[in-house]
Design a protein around this ligand. Structure first.
Ligand SMILES: [Zn+2]
Length: 432
């Protein structure tokens, strides 16, 4: 997408987010259902005409989206999995839509997927994101320092400024002492109002700022996305730099979005964007998030299994917005550690366990065998590498004693990052 088109769609999204979407977050259940049914009908009619995958399904079901009950059709459709889409990608693409916008999913699990969308859907996308930024008091033109999405070429600076948007990018690939000092110095002088990044990158920066008593008084809040934000990370960022974190949940297949509000009691369901269904999973109390983007005619994915899980069912928030709330989205099914007896332990427990380390800058768990995990780490400096190893060994021993896992600290292996610099706390190599 070129800058001009991107800017145009963003402005349209802002208008949409500031008008319609500021009202709909207070709509009652009946109005929400009516809206979704109307959008689903439009989507199903498009599918019946131009998406060969769904044309076949509707034919086999002997139903007509134009005349039959939309919810009946929806309920009878099968759950869609990523592998099905990957293997039959041409059958999901709408050839009638020109000027498509394409995304490549990062494929951290080794299964990249190209997703198609179009301008109208993109306006919805921008509108929902804008609404969530507004909850943090964001205004157009406010300076945002972004600690992600920037990979400098060798000769380039580790900081890049986008003057058009008033955004500055800091490289997550350069977090040695020299660069962190440079980032802190830059932030003090550039005076951003918001920080945006992966929870892991923001946590790291916040620790650095706290340890050196560096205060950036212009900062108002933090926006996080793309990695699971644990309660302890949220708390630690607040303790380190006194900023509230506003979290975003979305996924590259663009079927669903959730955002938290100023109460931070959970994630509000952006029901205007996608329809979400929670289905029981193999773990008690956890539900599969199955979603349908209500606007994407370029590549409709209906009842798509996002692979992510909700901790509990929908509830409500004390902020008085009526949009339903999920207490906690705990990430891909892969975020589990498998014990000797094959029981699954949510990785979030381990995250909390290892989050209070002092000398280790990053910690990562690798599981290749049942009941066995290997701990990799990076220390704040080469001088405190052995202190970091020691503190991790003590924590690992505690873990072995309490839940019976074999936990070994491996000082010889480096942390594994995704191509975009995302840091996954657990690298799960077991199939389960
Ligand atoms: Zn709320």
């Amino acid at each position: 997408m070129n800058n001009f088109k991107d800017a145009g769609l963003t402005v349209a999204g802002i208008l949409y987010g500031d008008t319609f979407l500021r009202r709909t977050e207070f709509w009652d259940e009946d109005s929400r259902n009516k809206y979704q049914i109307q959008k689903l009908k439009k989507l199903f009619i498009e599918c019946n005409e131009n998406i060969s995958w769904y044309k076949n399904i509707f034919k086999n079901m002997q139903c007509s989206p134009m005349h039959d009950n939309v919810i009946d059709i929806y309920n009878n459709l099968p759950i869609l999995h990523k592998a099905t889409v990957r293997e039959n990608i041409d059958q999901f693409v709408n050839d009638k839509i020109k000027n498509v916008i394409k995304f490549q999913t990062s494929g951290t699990s080794g299964e990249p997927l190209t997703v198609h969308t179009h301008a109208h859907q993109w306006i919805n996308e921008q509108g929902v994101i804008w609404r969530s930024w507004r909850r943090a008091g964001f205004n157009l033109g406010d300076r945002v320092a972004i600690f992600r999405s920037y990979t400098p070429k060798k000769s380039n600076s580790t900081i890049k400024i986008d003057r058009f948007r008033n955004w500055a990018y800091l490289s997550v690939y350069h977090t040695d002492e020299k660069n962190l000092e440079k980032y802190a110095d830059f932030l003090v002088h550039w005076k951003p109002k918001y920080l945006r990044g992966y929870p892991s990158s923001i946590l790291l920066l916040s620790k650095y700022l706290k340890d050196r008593n560096i205060i950036i008084p212009t900062l108002k809040a933090v926006f996080t996305a793309s990695e699971m934000l644990s309660i302890s990370t949220r708390q630690q960022i607040y303790q380190n730099i006194g900023l509230e974190v506003f979290d975003h949940y979305g996924q590259a297949e663009i079927t669903v979005m959730f955002h938290d509000c100023e109460k931070h009691e959970g994630m509000h369901y952006d029901w205007e964007y996608g329809k979400v269904e929670l289905l029981p999973s193999s773990a008690s109390g956890l539900y599969k998030i199955v979603a349908t983007n209500l606007h994407n005619m370029a590549m409709p994915l209906i009842k798509y299994d996002t692979g992510d899980l909700s901790d509990g069912e929908f509830s409500t928030c004390s902020c008085h917005r009526t949009s339903p709330l999920l207490k906690n989205i705990i990430g891909r099914d892969m975020d589990f550690i498998i014990n000797f007896d094959e029981s699954k332990i949510p990785a979030v427990n381990f995250y909390t366990h290892f989050s209070k380390v002092k000398f280790a800058k990053r910690v990562q768990l690798i599981q290749e065998r049942r009941g066995v995990i290997s701990v990799r780490f990076e220390s704040w400096s080469s001088e405190n590498r052995s202190a970091a190893q020691h503190e991790l060994e003590l924590l690992s021993l505690k873990l072995s004693n309490t839940i019976g896992l074999t936990v070994d600290v491996d000082p010889n292996q480096s942390i594994i990052f995704s191509k975009s610099g995302k840091e996954k706390f657990v690298i799960q190599k077991l199939k389960y």
